[in-house]
Design a protein around this ligand. Structure first.
Ligand code: G3I
Length: 369
């Protein structure tokens, strides 16, 4: 009997020390592993909001404490005609998060993409300004007190840091950005307000983002944070640029969030740039090399990339408010169909069956330290 007890005690000591620095139970989830650092979020598709995705039904409440609507709050979905709003899916999304006491992100109030036809048909600047005022006021005030943070303006910059010549810029001039933030603050005074964009960790675009943020601040509008989307590529995650960007953006007195994190493991078409969603390329078997599973070497590279990334994010945990993955599992990812439709990509921490991948355990281990 004595021998059995001593074996049990030794086993308990080994399990307590192995793999994590804190003696005791290893974190059961991403949100628990980083609970002292930053929120861990995920983008939700309409099917996942409606709980029709079996894997996500388990993973989302288990692993995440923040959510972002992948599509259901975009203008084409929620405001399809000038005098018609469709809140069904957006209400379902906000209710999903409220029921689970999750941090609820609104995505996105002003974006040049996914605009309904009537906006493109607007001719006069005054009419477009009236649209923007009504759109922001109606939606931001409807969810005031329930949506915790808005991506107020999304992707207003070009890769060189100049302002994108969007319909908003062309008709309203550069001041549309600060005006959007003022409108959002009036409609939802308690909601955090972010500027969100991809590649703003790159020096030129980062400079443009800094100038844009400074102009918002100089206008007297409130901006609480900046979202670095984090659509990166296997083996090419810009760690150094990211560290510099976190430092530079934080110096503006705002928080930094990683808002749409994924790591593309598939070959990139030669003349593709950034995450500009309008880019499309023809299908090509050479560009879809792993339809039946990712080779072990690439799985390991993915795990290393995510591990190194989270070590950096924990190092800057005082500056980072949230890290949101752009999807719950590989089967959901937009990268299966962009920029080439019908590919099999592996950019996230959970596989198509909702099982944790090696990268998941390496990220969890970073959080345990
Ligand atoms: O809902 C319709 C469906 O009824 C129709 O049958 C189908 C036919 O194509 O289209 C469906 O809409 C698609 C929608 O996703 C929902 O699945 C749109 O075509 C498709 O363009 C849209 O793609 C989304 C894309 O933004 C454009 O809105 C992706 O899911 C979404 O992951 C992606 O996310 C963006 C962020 O919002 C901003 N940052 C970049 C990021 C990646 O592009």
């Amino acid at each position: 009997m004595k021998r059995k007890w001593s074996l049990l005690i030794i086993a308990a000591l080994i399990s307590g020390c192995a793999g994590n620095r804190k003696i005791g139970r290893a974190p059961a989830s991403l949100k628990e592993a980083f609970k002292n650092d930053f929120l861990i979020g995920t983008a939700l598709s309409a099917g996942q909001i409606g709980e029709r995705d079996a894997g996500a039904r388990v993973l989302v409440p288990q692993q995440f404490n923040a959510i972002t609507p992948e599509n259901v709050m975009k203008c084409e979905a929620i405001h399809p005609q000038w005098n018609r709003y469709d809140y069904k899916l957006a209400d379902e999304y906000v209710n999903y998060g409220s029921r689970r006491q999750m941090f609820i992100v609104g995505h996105t109030l002003i974006w040049h993409s996914q605009l309904p036809g009537f906006v493109h048909r607007i001719k006069s600047p005054d009419s477009l300004r009236l649209f923007m005022q009504q759109h922001i006021h109606t939606i931001a005030s409807r969810y005031a007190g329930r949506v915790n943070s808005w991506d107020v303006v999304n992707e207003a910059l070009n890769e060189d840091g100049t302002l994108r010549r969007s319909v908003f810029f062309e008709k309203l001039g550069p001041s549309y950005i600060a005006e959007a933030f003022k409108l959002a603050a009036e409609a939802a005074p308690g909601t955090l307000l972010y500027y969100n964009d991809y590649n703003i960790e790159q020096p030129a675009k980062r400079r443009g983002a800094i100038e844009l943020i400074r102009k918002i601040q100089a206008s007297g509008a409130r901006i609480d944070g900046v979202g670095i989307q984090g659509h990166w590529h296997l083996g090419q995650v810009p760690f150094r640029d990211l560290e510099q960007s976190i430092a530079d953006f934080s110096a503006l007195g705002i928080k930094v969030a990683i808002t749409e994190l994924d790591i593309n493991v598939l070959p990139r078409p030669k003349n593709m740039s950034g995450a500009e969603v309008s880019q499309k390329f023809a299908s090509d078997p050479e560009m879809n090399p792993y339809p039946n599973g990712l080779p072990a070497a690439l799985e390991e590279q993915l795990a290393k990339d995510y591990e190194q990334l989270f070590k950096i994010l924990v190092k800057y945990k005082q500056q980072i408010s949230r890290v949101t993955f752009w999807g719950v599992h590989d089967g959901q990812s937009w990268l299966n169909n962009w920029p080439i439709p019908g590919r099999t990509n592996y950019p996230l921490l959970f596989d198509r069956q909702g099982r944790p991948k090696p990268a998941y355990y390496r990220v969890l281990a970073v959080g345990e330290k």
